[in-house]
Design a protein around this ligand. Sequence first.
Ligand SMILES: Nc1ncnc2c1ncn2[C@@H]1O[C@H](COP(=O)(O)OP(=O)(O)OP(=O)(O)O)[C@@H](O)[C@H]1O
Ligand SMILES: Nc1ncnc2c1ncn2[C@@H]1O[C@H](COP(=O)(O)OP(=O)(O)OP(=O)(O)O)[C@@H](O)[C@H]1O
Ligand SMILES: [Mg+2]
Ligand SMILES: [Mg+2]
Lengths: 258, 258
Amino acid sequence: PTTFFTIANQKGGVGKTTSAINLGAAIASKNISCLLVDLDPQANATSGLGFEKEEGQSLYQAILEEEKADSKVRETSTKNLFLIPSEVDMAAVETELANSKNYLVRLRETLRAIKKSKRFKAVIIDCPPSLGMLSMNAMAASDFLLIALQCEYLAMEGLGQILSVLRQLQEAGVNPDLELGGIMMTMYDVRTNLSRQVASDVRQHFGKDVFSTMIPRSIRLGEAPSFGQTIFEYDPLSAGAIAYQELSTEVIKRFKLK
Amino acid sequence: PTTFFTIANQKGGVGKTTSAINLGAAIASKNISCLLVDLDPQANATSGLGFEKEEGQSLYQAILEEEKADSKVRETSTKNLFLIPSEVDMAAVETELANSKNYLVRLRETLRAIKKSKRFKAVIIDCPPSLGMLSMNAMAASDFLLIALQCEYLAMEGLGQILSVLRQLQEAGVNPDLELGGIMMTMYDVRTNLSRQVASDVRQHFGKDVFSTMIPRSIRLGEAPSFGQTIFEYDPLSAGAIAYQELSTEVIKRFKLK
Ligand SMILES: Nc1ncnc2c1ncn2[C@@H]1O[C@H](COP(=O)(O)OP(=O)(O)OP(=O)(O)O)[C@@H](O)[C@H]1O
Ligand SMILES: Nc1ncnc2c1ncn2[C@@H]1O[C@H](COP(=O)(O)OP(=O)(O)OP(=O)(O)O)[C@@H](O)[C@H]1O
Ligand SMILES: [Mg+2]
Ligand SMILES: [Mg+2]
């Protein structure tokens, strides 16, 4: 079967895209076929993997006209890693879907054929920094929600909100099987009290839900996307590369991807 | 007269809220009355200034029912700095306004009485990480757009988009007087090539539009909001506090606030 993951958090700049790209690449490097769906109109996962932003390459039309997503899948420079790119027009989905029927499950319908084909073992959906139509559609289409959480105070503020959206989607019957897959701690800076404090608070609250691997703050992770490369292509021995490899081992084990 | 500023950037986590709070506080410390409007449903400026999130304290009702904003103004612990708080319900504005008439100038109408009263010399509006209804309303209500730009590659990606929204609002006659007020470089890390590279690229492209003050990456700026304090209350001699004081001097001069 194919397991669908949404990486979300309405707080901006917490490492959603960086995690989608590098967790996806690390999973793919272990011979597990992985599809990345860029659902953010900023299309950072698209440019971070070296793609230009072209009109018509995203799921925008497919979501609005209830078409299939298959033709949008592209190969990336990483073996076993595939991408459905995004584009600026995606932003229009937020308002255009607002009045249509079954507006929460449009993405799930669009990705249905991909799910049935079992072509990929894992699908990871990168979301914009909001809890609007796009992120809700991603969660409605997924088996697990992965929350990227920066080790800084402001990052904790919004956790309650995204977890209440998760509960609403379950209880409303939109996606009763959706579960919290885990919390990925990102930009952990071992030198600061704040990081340590936040990390220990989060573990106290969420226990086993928090992945034990912490992604360190590492400038190489910030540099890699400017070359359109994953961290494994850019600097495979960096602290960031090692951390995402470890995180992928945890994710593969927890969700039995192999 | 009162000068209205919007701090926006659809890229998340680039220092919009941190700049709104601390630039506002620095301006206020120079005896210039300043109102901060939190337009982000995450309400980080609200909690960063020590306020609880309470239902009904934001402009949500006032925007939808075309009422005045005056009664929502609160004093903060910083003299001359006032706040209109936000709340989670603000997120509903994105879809609820979509079908109403004059949906782009609703905030401008709500703040009209505040503008006429000349009670404040400067009004700073903090925006969510998107270019939806809330950010468009903020830009339609403002004299100047201030873009917070993180000194990292991914942060440059979206500049073209927000500048094209600025042009559209001007050319459509929604706000012909809106200008780009400046670009604030945030989280500058002098130790990394990436920061230096991004900063020099941006200055090459945008010249005088870029403020000469760069806000350094400083953990104290990340810690202050967890105590509900501005950087001046938390650690007035930190690099972050000094930089925001300097930035405020530039802003006051450039826009003749004194
Ligand atoms: N572990 C890390 N160490 C250092 N920099 C990082 C790390 N993770 C991400 N970054 C950088 O921080 C910035 C924010 O990361 P990213 O864009 O992945 O966050 P995001 O949550 O996807 O943002 P948005 O909310 O805009 O979608 C980027 O410039 C990225 O390169
Ligand atoms: N100069 C700085 N040095 C270090 N940390 C900073 C700095 N500026 C902001 N931060 C921290 O980085 C994170 C993002 O900053 P902030 O919340 O101000 O960005 P934002 O653009 O308002 O985010 P959002 O897109 O979610 O609204 C916060 O945890 C904040 O405390
Ligand atoms: Mg992203
Ligand atoms: Mg903010």
